[in-house]
Design a binder for this molecule. Structure first.
Ligand code: LLP
Length: 404
């Protein structure tokens, strides 16, 4: 669909359902999944959608319907996945720093589990050694990712069991009979450089010989998507070739076959999502103008929390002359979506769309300032469906107990 047709469609949807509003294009998710499937067709690679990016039950249903597996970061995500029709065998649970009780619950459901601490690994071995194979999340000591907040594999990171503690893991396996079937890493989000992934493969294949039950190398998520118009994402096709080469070579040399798993979040849903807002007020801002929209960091925190750049379009006045704007929110915080952004003239009442809002957009929204969370709409086969109604006052009070 051309940009202007898309903007017309989004404008109609904004007017129909109101703002602030998240809109997801289902088929765009499938396009991304198809691209992965085709890039990795030369190897035994399987994909688990990182549900934390967006968990609306309709999105989960859709992801399942296109044949993708799912990766969860909490037991509740796993329960949502079951509700969406995933079978335990298609569900992976990659946790970090969770209580052992939650791991027990995951085991009872029968899903794949990646464990990320020596302490939980030991407990798991004592309970289920010999009987329930697990994955080990390794901290590979690689610095990678778009910014430090989303870098998870470096030497000071809280995630995973440090590479240097592998000996201890092996001792636990020996003592308890623990079967380690998966070695997992997730080094960060927004990793453009294919070499970071191949470095991860190298590190895991280097220790693979110490794990006789190993069947899977899980490389986590982190594929970068382009945020700016002139930006490039991870070269998925090149990575597909590198993965095939590395694992073919290993198989030839050691006569061992591994499945490869990836857990993409952003790659699957980021570009499928749009966040629609309406401009409440205009105010002078030095050389620019403030455009204050009917939303803020409570609904879309990426620009403020990570300094993330999201393209903005004025879809109700797209052909006007451009001016300089600071696009800001209505929350009692400094919630700047964009500074010094050249946009077609904005009038009060205009609709602004933020692109690349499918991943970690709604999912990180809150009711701060007692504002309602946005509604969500899914566009599928050209039709738009409300998939989450807007909050109302009762939602803000739902779990509160009035005691005075
Ligand atoms: N697997 C694991 C174990 C993860 O921790 C994550 C993301 C993923 C997969 C998916 O990563 P992705 O493909 O989406 O990059 N809220 C941040 C991103 C946090 C990512 C946390 N873990 C943001 O909006 O940039």
């Amino acid at each position: 669909m051309s940009q202007s047709l898309l903007n017309e469609q989004l404008l109609l949807i904004a007017k129909k359902f109101g703002t602030p509003l998240y809109v997801y294009h289902a088929e765009r998710i499938k396009e991304q999944y198809d691209r992965l499937q085709s890039a990795f067709r030369g190897s035994d690679t399987h994909f688990f959608y990182a549900a934390k990016a967006l968990t609306n039950i309709n999105i989960l249903h859709y992801i399942r319907s296109i044949g993708c597996n799912i990766d969860c970061s909490s037991i509740n995500e796993a329960k949502l996945a079951l509700k969406a029709g995933f079978t335990p065998d298609n569900i992976l649970y990659t946790s970090n720093n969770i209580a052992f009780e939650e791991i027990l619950e995951a085991q009872r459901i029968g899903i794949h589990i990646n464990i990320d601490s020596i302490s939980n690994l030991k407990k798991f071995g004592e309970h289920f050694g010999h009987s329930y194979p697990v994955g080990l999340r390794v901290r590979p000591n690689i610095m990678a990712g778009g910014n430090l907040k989303i870098s998870t594999g470096h030497a000071d990171s809280k995630f995973g069991v440090p590479l240097e503690d592998i000996e201890e893991v092996l001792n636990i396996a020996k003592e308890t009979g623990l079967l380690i079937r998966v070695l997992h890493i997730h080094t960060g989000s927004e990793i453009k450089d294919v070499a970071i992934f191949t470095r991860g493969i190298e590190i895991l294949l280097n220790v693979a010989h110490q794990f006789p039950e190993l069947e899977v190398i899980d490389l986590g998520g982190g594929f970068k998507v382009p945020y700016k118009p002139d930006e490039e994402g991870t070269d998925i096709e090149l990575l597909g070739v590198k993965v095939k080469d590395a694992f073919d070579m290993f198989e030839k040399k050691y006569n061992r076959h591994f499945q490869v798993w990836f857990e993409p979040g952003k790659f699957l849903v980021s570009e499928a999502g749009y966040f629609l807002t309406r401009v409440n007020v205009l105010k002078p801002a030095g050389d620019a103008l403030f455009a204050g929209v009917d939303s803020g960091l409570n609904h879309f925190i990426r620009p403020m929390f990570y300094g993330a750049y999201h393209e903005i379009e004025n879809i109700s006045n797209p052909f006007a002359e451009k001016r300089n704007y600071n696009v800001v929110g209505n929350i009692c915080e400094t919630d700047t979506f964009a500074e010094n952004r050249m946009l077609p003239e904005i009038r009060e009442g205009d609709y602004l769309v933020f692109k690349n809002a499918g991943a970690y957009g709604f999912e990180m929204a809150s009711n701060y300032n007692a504002r309602f969370k946005p509604a969500e709409v899914m566009v599928k086969e050209g039709k738009s469906y409300l998939i989450r109604r807007r909050d109302e006052l009762a939602d803000l009070l739902r779990n509160q107990l009035e005691i005075i």
